[in-house]
Design a protein around this ligand. Structure first.
Ligand code: 5GP
Ligand code: MG
Ligand code: MG
Length: 207
C-alpha cells in the first residue's frame, strides 16, 4: 500500500515518504506487549519510567492497556506506578553519542521493579548509558520496553526486553517520534522524506 491509503495531516503530506507502521497496527502490538509485560511481572508492582519525549505516546497507550486489562481479557490487571525521565541524545537526525538525563528523582527508584518505556533503540547508546546509571540507585529489577528497534550496523549490541517492531535503518517519525520536535503530532510511524528534512531543519515555526 502507499501513503495515500492513510490519513496524514495536510501539513505533513510532502514530508512523509512511506507509512511504515499504521496507527492501528501500533495499537494491536501495544495490546500484546501489555499482555507479555503483565505476565512477566505477576505478583509485582511495575514502576514504568517513561523516557521523554519520544516514549510518551507509547507510554500512554501501554498504561491504558495495563490499566484496562481485566476488561478485555478476563484476567486481573496488575498494579503499576509511573514517572518520567528526560534523556536527550539526538540532534536532528544524528545521534550525538552523549546523553543528557534530567527530570526524575532517581533516589525514588530504590527497591522498585523499574520498566523503562522508550520509543526506539537505534545505536543503543542511550540505554547503555542510562541502565548502569539507574542501576546505581538499586532498583529491585530494571528492564526496558522499546516500541521500535532499528536494524543498524551502528548498534552497540543492546537489546530491549520487550520490543514492539523491528524497523529498517531509516529515520522514522510520528507517534511522538520527532525530527526537531516536528511530527510528534502524527499518528502513524513513517519514514521522513527529503522535503521533510529540509522543511523542519530549523524546527517547527510558530505560525
Ligand atoms: P540511540 O541512543 O539508541 O542511538 O538512540 C536513542 C534515541 O534517539 C531514541 O530514543 C530516539 O529518541 C532517538 N532516535 C533514534 N533513532 C531515531 C529515529 O529513527 N527517529 C527518531 N525520531 N528518533 C530517533
Ligand atoms: Mg527516546
Ligand atoms: Mg528526538
Amino acid at each position: 500500500q502507499t501513503k495515500d491509503h492513510f490519513l496524514i495531516p495536510n501539513h505533513y503530506q510532502d514530508c512523509v515518504s512511506t507509512v511504515l507502521i499504521s496507527h492501528g497496527m501500533i495499537m494491536d502490538r501495544v495490546q500484546k506487549l501489555a499482555a507479555d509485560i503483565r505476565a512477566a511481572y505477576t505478583g509485582k508492582t511495575i514502576h514504568l519510567l517513561c523516557v521523554l519525549k519520544g516514549g510518551s505516546a507509547f507510554f500512554q497507550d501501554l498504561q491504558v492497556c495495563l490499566r484496562n486489562f481485566h476488561q478485555f481479557s478476563k484476567q486481573e490487571s496488575i498494579p503499576f506506578t509511573f514517572d518520567f525521565i528526560r534523556a536527550k541524545s539526538y540532534a536532528g537526525t544524528e545521534s550525538t553519542g552523549t546523553v543528557k538525563v534530567s527530570g526524575c528523582d532517581l533516589e525514588k527508584l530504590k527497591g522498585k521493579h523499574v520498566l523503562l518505556v522508550e520509543d526506539i533503540v537505534d545505536t543503543g547508546t542511550t540505554m547503555s548509558y542510562l541502565i548502569p546509571l539507574l542501576a546505581t540507585y538499586n532498583p529491585a529489577s530494571l528492564k526496558v520496553t522499546s516500541l521500535l528497534e532499528k536494524r543498524t550496523p551502528r548498534s552497540c549490541g543492546f537489546k530491549a526486553d520487550f520490543v514492539g517492531f523491528s524497523v529498517p535503518d531509516e529515520f522514522v517519525i510520528g507517534y511522538c517520534l520527532d525530527y526537531n520536535d516536528a511530527f510528534r503530532d502524527m499518528q502513524h510511524i513513517c519514514v521522513i522524506s527529503k522535503t521533510g528534512i529540509e522543511k523542519y531543519k530549523d524546527g517547527v515555526p510558530d505560525s
